[in-house]
Design a protein around this ligand. Structure first.
Ligand code: KE4
Length: 424
C-alpha cells in the first residue's frame, strides 16, 4: 500500500486547513499516520488517491448504511439537481420527510430539518430549555453530541461538579449549566437531580454510546432515565445521530421500546448529504419559531438536493424488510471472529451494525472502562489493517460501521487479516 499522493496532498492541505482536514478525527493524529486522501467509493469499497482500494468500516462515520454511491440515491440526487439546488422556500419533499419521520419514529410528532447532528442537538437543547423554563442539562461523560459550546464538556473532578469546557474558546459561563453524569450509572444521575432540584431542563443521551467506542446501555438504564426525567419534570432527549435508522428502522427508541420527549438525527437521515433533524412531542415543538418563542433557522435546512438523498435512503430502508437482520448477522460474524482471534487481548462490543474493538481485557461498560483500552495497540491494529486494505476508524474511541453492501467475502477477508495481525 503506497501513500505517495496522499502525502503530497497532505503537505499542501496542512498549509491551508487546521490539521489538513475539515474534521479533526480525519487527521489520523491518534494513529500517527498520514491520512489517506480519498478519490472515490462504491459499495463497501473506498479508493484513495494512490489507487489503494480498501474495505470501508468507517462509512463516513455512519451515513453509509446502504454502501457508497447507491445508484438509487445517486439517481434521486441527480434528478433533484436538475430542478435547482436550493430555493430557501418550503418544498413537498420536506413535508414528505417530516411525515415519513413521524411514521418511522412515532415520537417525532413534529420535527425540523437542519444541516448537521450538531445543529440538531444544539436546537433540541434550546427548545428543551424554552419549554421547561429551566437552564441546566445533564449529559454523560464520553458521549458526544456535536461541537456546540454548551456540549463540549466533560466532568470535573467528580460527576457532581459543574463542568469545565474541554475546548479552548468556550467560556466557562457557556458550560456552567451543563452537568455531567456517568453513562450506565443511575446514582450519578440521581445525585445531579438531587443537587439541582427543579433546575434541570433535560437529559441528553446517546441511547447506545458510540463516541467512546460502542458502549451498550446496561439493562434498565434507559428505562431509568425515562422514569427519572418524568418524575423530575425534565425532558429526555435521545441523541440518535448514530443509532437512528441504524439499530432499527425506528432507531434505538424502537429497539429498546423507550419513548423520549425529543430526538435528534443526522448521518443516515441525509443518505450522505448534510441533513440533521430534531423533533418530538407536538406540545414541545410548537415552542419553535415561528409557532413559538424558541428561535432556530438555517439557509440550507431541508434543501431539495439533501432531502432527495435522505428521502430516497429512508424509503429504501422502509421497503427492505430484511436489511436489519442482514446487518446484524454480518456484524456479529465479524465481532465473534475478532473476539476469537484476539484471545482475551480485546473486548468487542457489538449491537446491530455497530461495533468497537477495545484493546483491553476487561468488560467495557462505561467511560472509565473504555479508557483502559491500550490506544497504542489499537494504533498498531489500525496500521496493519490499513496496510492490508481494511479501512477502520483512526481512533480507539469511534465505532466500526457495517453497511448492507458489505459482502460475506469481504467480512471473511477482514477476519483473515485480523487473524494474521493477532498471530504475529
Ligand atoms: P455532526 O455535527 O458531525 O453531523 O453530528 C454530531 C454528532 C452528534 N451526535 C452524535 C451521537 C454523533 O456521533 C455526532 C458526530 N459523530 C462523529 C463521529 N464520532 C462525526 C465524525 C466527525 O466528527 O468527523
Amino acid at each position: 500500500m503506497i501513500d505517495k499522493n496522499s502525502k503530497v496532498l497532505y503537505d499542501r492541505a496542512i498549509k491551508r486547513l487546521p490539521g489538513g482536514v475539515n474534521s479533526p478525527v480525519r487527521a489520523y493524529r491518534a494513529v500517527s499516520r498520514t491520512p489517506r486522501f480519498i478519490e472515490k467509493a462504491k459499495g463497501d469499497r473506498i479508493t484513495d488517491v494512490d489507487g489503494n482500494e480498501m474495505i470501508d468500516y468507517i462509512c463516513s462515520w455512519g451515513p453509509g448504511i446502504l454502501g457508497h454511491a447507491d445508484p438509487r440515491v445517486v439517481q434521486a440526487v441527480q434528478a433533484a439537481c436538475e430542478d435547482g439546488l436550493t430555493y430557501g422556500a418550503p418544498t413537498e419533499r420536506e413535508v414528505q420527510m417530516a411525515e415519513l419521520l413521524a411514521k418511522l419514529v412515532p415520537s417525532m410528532e413534529v420535527s425540523r430539518l437542519v444541516n448537521s447532528g450538531t445543529e440538531a442537538t444544539m436546537s433540541a437543547i434550546r427548545v428543551s430549555r424554552g419549554f421547561t423554563g429551566r437552564d441546566k442539562i445533564i449529559k454523560f461523560r464520553g458521549c458526544y453530541h456535536g461541537h456546540s459550546d454548551g456540549l463540549l464538556v466533560k466532568a470535573g473532578s467528580a460527576a457532581l461538579t459543574t463542568s469545565v469546557p474541554d475546548s479552548a474558546g468556550v467560556p466557562a459561563d457557556f458550560t456552567k449549566n451543563t452537568l455531567v453524569a456517568e453513562y450506565n450509572d443511575p446514582a450519578s444521575v440521581e445525585a445531579l437531580f438531587a443537587a439541582n432540584p427543579g433546575e434541570i431542563a433535560a437529559v441528553i443521551v446517546e441511547p447506545v454510546a458510540a463516541n467512546m467506542g460502542v458502549v451498550l446501555p446496561r439493562e434498565g438504564f434507559l428505562d431509568f432515565l425515562r422514569e427519572i426525567t418524568k418524575q423530575q419534570g425534565a425532558l429526555l432527549i435521545f441523541d440518535e445521530v448514530i443509532t437512528g435508522f441504524r439499530l432499527a428502522l425506528g432507531g434505538a427508541q424502537e429497539y429498546y421500546h423507550i419513548t423520549p420527549d425529543l430526538s435528534t438525527f443526522g448521518k443516515i437521515i441525509g443518505g450522505g448529504m448534510p441533513v440533521g433533524a430534531y423533533g418530538g412531542r407536538e406540545e414541545i415543538m410548537r415552542f419553535v419559531s415561528p409557532d413559538g418563542p424558541v428561535y432556530q433557522a438555517g439557509t440550507l435546512s431541508g434543501n431539495p438536493v439533501a432531502t432527495a438523498a435522505g428521502l430516497a435512503t429512508l424509503q429504501i430502508l422502509e421497503e427492505d424488510k430484511g436489511i436489519y437482520d442482514r446487518l446484524q448477522k454480518k456484524t456479529k460474524m465479524l465481532a465473534d471472529a475478532v473476539r476469537t482471534a484476539g484471545k482475551g487481548r480485546v473486548v468487542v462490543n457489538q449491537i446491530g451494525s455497530l461495533m468497537s474493538i477495545f484493546f483491553t481485557d476487561r468488560p467495557v461498560e462505561d467511560y472509565a472502562s473504555a479508557t483502559t483500552a491500550d490506544t497504542r495497540a489499537y494504533a498498531d491494529y489500525f496500521g496493519f489493517l490499513l496496510d492490508h486494505g481494511i479501512y477502520v476508524a483512526p481512533s480507539q474511541f469511534e465505532a466500526m460501521f457495517v453497511s448492507d453492501s458489505h459482502t460475506t467475502e469481504d467480512i471473511r477477508q477482514t477476519i483473515a487479516v485480523t487473524e494474521e495481525f493477532f498471530a504475529q
